[in-house]
Design a protein around this ligand. Sequence first.
Ligand code: XUL
Ligand code: CO
Length: 437
Amino acid sequence: MKEFFNVGKINYEGPKSNNHLAFKYYNKDEVILGRKMSEHLKFALSWWHTLCAKGSDQFGENTMQRPFDKEDLMKEAFAKVDAAIEFMEKLGIEYYCFHDRDLAPEMPTLEESNHALDEVSDYLKKRLEGTNIKCLWGTANCFNNKRYLAGAATSPQSSAFAYAAAQIKKAMDTTKKLGGTNYVFWGGREGYDTLLNTDTKLELDNYATMLRLARDYKEKIGLNAQLLIEPKPKEPTKHQYDFDVQTVLSFLYKYGLEKDFKMNIEANHATLAGHNFNHELNIARINGVLGSIDANQGDMLLGWDTDQFPTNIYDATLAMYEVLLNGGLGSGGLNFDSKVRRQSFTDEDLFLAYISGMDTFAKGLRIAAKLYEDKVFEKFKEQRYSSYNDGIGKKIREGSITLEELSDYALKHSDVKNESGRQEMLELILNQYIFNN
Ligand code: XUL
Ligand code: CO
């Protein structure tokens, strides 16, 4: 088969290498904390940003030409499959994620769109035989077409709800066919712009109904995949219902869906919500819903979802630290929901972006593993909260106390002795680990 990309296989050359087209930190078979790096870091290619995004923005046309571009959209869809496999094999990426409409174009009718998706996914499945490339997750694009201008599951139009259900059904069938280990719901336009025209109660009830139907359908067809909700606070709507992990948790509990869904945490969505990436991972972890990660980063000076490739070593380190505390991501992985900048229009830029993102997380894993082994923060926290280990503290921890008892205690012990939180010392230690590992 003819090659699409004029870039060879990307190898590990170690930290001293000056070759930009080589890994400095990602050494896939190297064992860290008893597992191969490739098992800790199940990197995935995002079909939409890698094969479909061509550099256009609100103000300008495409800037990128790809070697798989074709006049005929179906021919292009097949060429994208071949190009994606070449790209993943060259980078050693073993997973991919897709929306139904990234794999195959939307056609004039739903029936034709379904048929197009069948053809391309059959081809993808066949081409992947004998490779070690697998599907991390599938999803349905229920936000691009104008029928979804007011949402999909939360649309005021029941026919839009039905159309979205049809797309989700088909995307779940396709995820099953491709052996996907997760299925994602990012609430594209599930939110609102003004309360003047929005029945939030009905919209949220309907959203829960859609998720319940999808959960039941998953069981019915035997789709062996973890269902994931991907929180995001705004964009495209002003108020996205899935604001952040805590908001989604309360939604899941309210509607009795907490056992069926975990979460796919995206770094740029966390920062849009005013949270650090590791805050979202932490809240998901302590609630048992940390499922998978969309690895990217935003620009803190811009207020929108820039979906840049991750290069921030602090964030990657602290993210991998949460992943280690979580015991890994189970069936999840690290999907690069990231795109190259509009001015980075060459194919080589695409390779460089992935190498940079993979090395950032590989280095983050190496540092996090040392922090984890040395229990740096955990030891400090243990000491910091030790007043809850016995006496009155133990009773509070166990919930076996009354307000009267606490009042009696406080009357006798009114001298609260605080200790330094030592934030600067901990930051200093974190930096030492980053510098030395
Ligand atoms: C949008 C976003 C999506 C989801 C999948 O901000 O992150 O690409 O990851 O629909
Ligand atoms: Co995402």
